[in-house]
Design a protein around this ligand. Structure first.
Ligand code: C2E
Ligand code: CA
Ligand code: CA
Ligand code: CA
Length: 278
């Protein structure tokens, strides 16, 4: 709590009263939001780049508060990490996403599920057992779950993260390194990380069709990923031209507004039904 207060204090000194007040209100409202089930999940499709076949979805948390309005995850997740509430948020996300995956399976939709975890989750001694128990309760195959952790979360404590990711892979789940290219992992560290997938940060994809530097970065990151036996996911694909380049480069998986925004579960099924059979 002391850490939380001091970092809020320095933000207060740097920023406006209004922003400071909003952060305090978010921190105050969050525990209740988890309890009252005010959080929701949206799901964004992940597709095979070459065929356009839908492989699965990434779960992304949403929060609409009566007074505060829409509170974006990149606004409240960092605060929840500071306050420790993130552990309860993550537990709720895992339970809700796996319930949804199981429901879809019963309805005949076999979709891979990807869930975001934070650095704080990786520190938890209970994480691996919790995930395993949640999968077993629902008879869900662990191979159909990917846990996404950001490169910077891993780099916050590479030794601990490596051990935890190894334990997670030992129970059969997949691991993706999110926001890759923004977190300063060295090549030596990358080589040793127990991961299955690199998710190249959106900032390299947005202007891909027109930015030749991004093209070089994406192309060489793909070569690197494949040389290390990793799948490469490009997120933030917003244009057909970006997808075309990614296919030319032999990128494995694509995700972005060009295909679909994150959608509530019923809309996602509707979207799936609209997809022409590949
Ligand atoms: P992320 O994991 O890198 O997720 C991708 C973000 O980019 C999502 O924003 C998604 O809606 C957005 N996005 C996807 N395609 C496009 C595109 O083509 N163009 C643009 N401009 N944006 C696109 P969102 O949902 O607001 O989430 C932001 C971040 O908040 C996530 O980044 C993740 O770091 C965090 N987050 C979201 N849900 C969770 C969660 O359940 N747990 C944790 N720990 N973090 C979460
Ligand atoms: Ca992610
Ligand atoms: Ca990302
Ligand atoms: Ca991000």
């Amino acid at each position: 709590a002391a850490h939380q207060q001091s970092s809020l204090w320095s933000e207060y000194q740097a920023g406006s009263d209004e922003a400071y007040l909003r952060r305090l209100q978010i921190l105050q409202a969050l525990p209740e939001a988890i309890e009252r089930r005010d959080l929701h999940l949206h799901y964004q499709p992940k597709l095979a780049s070459a065929s356009g076949q839908v492989l699965g979805v990434e779960a992304l948390v949403r929060w609409q508060h009566q007074q505060l309005g829409v509170v974006r995850p990149d606004e409240f997740i960092p605060l929840a990490e500071q306050s420790g509430d993130i552990l309860r948020v993550s537990r709720w996300v895992v339970e809700t996403a796996l319930n949804q995956q199981q429901l879809w399976l019963e309805q005949g939709y076999k979709l891979h599920m990807a869930i975001n975890l934070s650095a704080v989750d990786l520190q938890s001694e209970q994480l691996v057992e919790f995930i395993q128990a949640q999968l077993q309760q629902r008879h869900l195959p662990p191979q159909q779950l990917t846990l996404e952790v950001t490169e910077s979360a891993v780099m916050a404590d590479p030794q601990l993260a490596t051990a935890r990711l190894q334990q997670l892979r030992a129970i059969g789940v997949k691991v993706a390194l999110d926001d890759f290219g923004t977190g300063y992992a060295s090549l030596a560290q990358l080589k040793q990380l127990p991961i299955d997938e690199l998710k190249l940060d959106q900032s390299f994809i947005r202007e891909l069709p027109t930015n030749s530097q991004d093209q070089v970065i994406v192309h060489s990151t793909l070569a690197l990923a494949h040389a290390l036996g990793l799948q490469l996911v490009a997120e933030g694909v917003e244009e057909a031209a970006a997808w075309q380049l990614l296919r030319d480069f032999d990128c494995d998986t694509v995700q972005g507004y060009y295909f679909s925004r994150p959608l509530a579960a019923p809309e996602l099924i509707h979207w799936l039904q609209q997809q022409a059979p590949q």
